[in-house]
Design a binder for this molecule. Structure first.
Ligand code: MG
Length: 373
């Protein structure tokens, strides 16, 4: 294969309308702001990646665009796009934080590499282990009656995993939602809870115990990301498994939480770790310590979902499913030519070259609010 070089890096900030307001322990989401990166090469191969920030969690679209435009472009332009690890290492050295920008760059590089070698991103990162991954839908509408209708529709589509976003309303409301769902569906649904850091340590143990009669598969991030000792205390005190999301961005955080025994499960997200390869490191640390992993995501379009799906596909011990539902069930309109592949409640990991999904350039144009070439 002849040497190829990066000739152009374009960043676009998009604002995409969503179907319903999502409420979380850390705030409401009514429009999805995301950053799409396009990397062109002199071989005529183009790769796409996405940085999906959430300002209260990871970072901002503007900050990530600046990381790429100002700091990454000088070493990306003219570089060999196949040298993924070298370029990631440079990016990590150049800008602290902005992990989503690195995820976007890595995704675009792997997309190019896969297209050049006619293999999928899954093939590039260890090979497909699952093919299909059960989909979890996040129930986060403050209007629970609307959520019940949505759940009924999704159950018809084959979805069986539902994750409640909690911590934004009264505890009694959370208990009521669980009670209602178990009453309507019995044990046929796999129910989980995500507090998004919404509780204070002193109240969290009792509240989780109140939910235990409804058998949640796990409780996610009950307290602040930085309250790691409290996470450990909660993990010891309750029967229900505890998952760390905001507390574990990268392998360093994973090691800290492992030493504290601060969680039973890690939520893997390419936006937190700074890409697929770094998320694989988190998964490997978890595996070594008996901590399970789950396929998490941020507010993403089908491009980032595809990158995440390849990551989860590469981890044989991923057993708790994934939450790549935004493109199909949350956005008014995604930016792929074909719908992100979800069938019978499962994500069907694309097998085509690179990411295996094709961005719709007209739709990208339609939702772009600023562009940097
Ligand atoms: Mg979470």
């Amino acid at each position: 294969m002849q040497q190829i070089s990066i000739t152009k890096v374009t960043t676009r900030i998009l604002e995409l309308p969503v179907k319903a307001v999502h409420s979380h322990g850390s705030g409401d989401i009514s429009v999805m702001k995301t950053l799409i990166v396009q990397i062109d090469t002199d071989a005529g191969i183009t790769g796409y990646g996405e940085a999906s920030p959430w300002s209260v969690f990871t970072g901002t679209a503007e900050g990530n665009a600046a990381a790429i435009d100002v700091y990454y472009k000088p070493f990306l332009l003219g570089a060999d796009p196949f040298q993924v690890e070298r370029l990631l290492f440079l990016a990590e050295r150049e800008v602290v934080h902005c992990s989503e920008a690195r995820a976007a760059i890595e995704t675009a590089l792997l997309d190019i590499k896969g297209k050049a070698f006619n293999c999928s991103v899954s093939d590039l990162i260890g090979g497909a282990c699952h093919g299909e991954i059960p989909l979890s839908f996040s129930v986060a509408n403050p209007n629970f009656d609307e959520d019940l209708e949505t759940i009924a529709e999704l159950v018809k589509d084959g979805v069986r995993i539902f994750k409640f976003k909690t911590g934004f309303a009264k505890h009694e409301f959370d208990v009521m939602r669980f009670e209602k769902l178990r009453e309507l569906y019995g044990e046929t649904l796999d129910l989980r809870v995500d507090y998004n850091q919404g509780m204070q340590p002193f109240e969290s143990i009792q509240r989780i115990k109140d939910l235990e009669p409804f058998s949640p598969t796990f409780v996610e991030q009950p307290v602040l990301a930085t309250e790691r000792e409290a996470m450990a205390e909660i993990t010891r005190a309750v029967n229900c498994p505890i998952m760390a999301d905001e507390s574990v961005f990268n392998v360093r955080d994973a090691l800290t939480m492992i030493q504290l025994r601060g969680a039973n499960i890690f939520s893997l997200k390419i936006m937190k770790s700074g890409g697929i390869r770094r998320a694989q490191e988190v998964a490997a640390a978890g595996r070594a310590a008996g901590v399970a992993c789950y396929g998490g995501c941020m507010f993403e379009t089908g491009i980032a979902h595809a990158a995440g799906a390849h990551l989860m596909n590469s981890i044989p011990y991923l057993t708790l499913g994934c939450e790549f539902y935004m493109a199909n069930y949350y956005l008014e309109e995604d930016i792929l030519c074909d719908p992100f592949p979800v069938k019978n409640g499962k994500v069907v990991v694309p097998t085509g070259p690179g990411l295996g999904v094709e961005p719709d350039l007209e739709k990208i144009e339609k939702y772009t609010t600023s562009v940097h070439k």
